[in-house]
Design a binder for this molecule. Structure first.
Ligand SMILES: Nc1ncnc2c1ncn2[C@@H]1O[C@H](COP(=O)(O)OP(=O)(O)OP(=O)(O)O)[C@@H](O)[C@H]1O
Length: 398
């Protein structure tokens, strides 16, 4: 066996590397080339920074493509660029904007992996006769043979927990996992940079990419304003106790748990508790009202060894991550007549619909990823839940 876990010789194994022009995927291509694989690099042009999203003058997409091309030249491997702008707009950017308008906090990277990288690009890799598609994601996949499926692979958190991207990959299907390879899961970012220097890659010291590639400096509302100018509709800022405290220019400007920039002065610290798209209300309240002990999930992707019902109908102890920046905490997964939901042992503040709840076998590095789902709604602790329900049921002035 070798880096890609095939039992044939590297020179007989073709692999497509998804190349973003960043240091991670460049090093993946370099490692595989060094080991003798038949490597092809493919870069997807996903958006036009200058025209579509970013302020005029920014041209990183073009620069990234150029970087990937130069890396492939250095490594002596073929490089192809595919235009996926329309597809990316339809399946990632538009749903991202709709989700914010609906009062959610979306994770476009999950949509991108599922529709663009692991669907279309993966299909292209198969058409090119590749045995695998490799990416620079920090996650591990390992062979975990099952009695009825000896080639079965499973996902695990990476060695470098600081870089862990498993939260964004929970929706990867079993068929995709079996075809994908993630060579960086067993490496730290520091090691990756050393290798990049060693290989003489122009991107060795290139800065890490930002959280959401098409949102400069995290200013997602600017992107929505530009692409969907009439999406923001004004409404009221309402306290959980029913008082109208002020008004706002659109719920998409707010996120659950937000404290700053509310523009209301009541003397007590207030947080965004809920975004009610139907009535266009931003509901605020004290910090305690944010605490959540139960989340209900939709669009579950289950990667356990048995079915979701078999694993979870009696309650399955696991560890759950409900925000990309938080560590997994003890939880119990249920699947019964109420739906699929997760009880969190430690209450979590700032749980937002549209985010993911990802489930693990253990809290630390190398835990197995059991899959997860998108958060449909959460249940608050104490009296906050009944106060919110009463407020949502109350009539709203036209
Ligand atoms: N435009 C693209 N074309 C092809 N593959 C891509 C593209 N963008 C990202 N990828 C693949 O998805 C992986 C994860 O993407 P992400 O945006 O999280 O990059 P990253 O962790 O900063 O990695 P890198 O340093 O390679 O940019 C990349 O390592 C690469 O394999």
């Amino acid at each position: 066996m070798n880096t890609l876990d095939f039992d044939k010789r590297p020179e007989d194994t073709r692999v497509v590397v998804a190349m973003s022009g960043g240091v991670d995927s460049s090093v993946v291509a370099g490692i595989l080339k060094r080991e003798g694989y038949d490597v092809l690099g493919i870069t997807l042009q996903l958006y036009d920074h200058g025209a579509a999203v970013h302020r005029a003058g920014s041209c990183c997409a073009g620069q990234d493509i150029d970087d990937a091309r130069r890396v492939c030249e250095t490594l002596g491997i073929p490089h192809y660029v595919l235009d996926y702008e329309q597809r990316f707009r339809d399946t990632v950017i538009n749903p991202f904007m709709e989700s914010y308008v609906a009062g959610e906090t979306p994770i476009p990277c999950v949509a991108c992996n599922q529709t663009v990288k692991f669907a279309d690009l993966l299909a292209t890799a198969r058409e090119l006769g590749a045995d695998a598609l490799a990416t620079g994601h920090y996650i591990r996949s390992k062979s975990v043979p099952l009695a009825n499926d000896p080639g079965h692979r499973a996902l695990f958190r990476p060695i470098d927990s600081e870089r862990d991207q498993s939260y964004f990959l929970f929706a990867t299907t079993q068929e995709q996992i079996d075809y994908l390879r993630f060579p960086l899961g067993a490496m730290s970012k520091a090691e990756v940079r050393v290798l990049a220097e060693d290989m003489g890659l122009v991107v060795a010291q290139k800065a890490d990419s930002q959280d959401i590639c098409f949102v400069p400096q995290g200013k997602y509302a600017d992107v929505i304003n530009k692409l969907k100018p009439n999406a923001a509709l004004a409404g009221d800022i309402v306290h959980l106790d029913g008082r109208v405290l002020g008004n706002h220019e659109g719920i998409l400007h707010y996120t659950i748990g937000q404290r700053k920039g509310l523009g209301v002065a009541t003397g007590e610290p207030l947080y965004v508790i809920y975004l009610d798209a139907r009535s266009r209300r931003v509901i605020v309240g004290p910090k305690e009202a944010l605490e959540t002990h139960r989340v209900y999930l939709r669009d579950i992707n289950w990667l356990g060894d048995r079915t979701l019902a078999e694993d979870a109908s009696d309650g399955m102890p696991c560890f759950a991550k409900v925000r990309s920046t938080r560590p997994p905490t003890p939880a119990v997964l249920h699947a019964d007549e109420k739906g699929v939901y997760v009880d969190l042992e430690i209450g979590e503040a700032g749980v937002a619909p549209g985010q993911a709840c990802v489930l693990y076998s253990a809290p630390g590095a190398d835990a197995r990823v059991y899959g997860g789902g998108f958060i449909e709604r959460s249940e608050r602790s104490g009296t906050a839940e009944s106060a919110l329900k009463a407020l949502l049921a109350s009539p709203v002035a036209a």
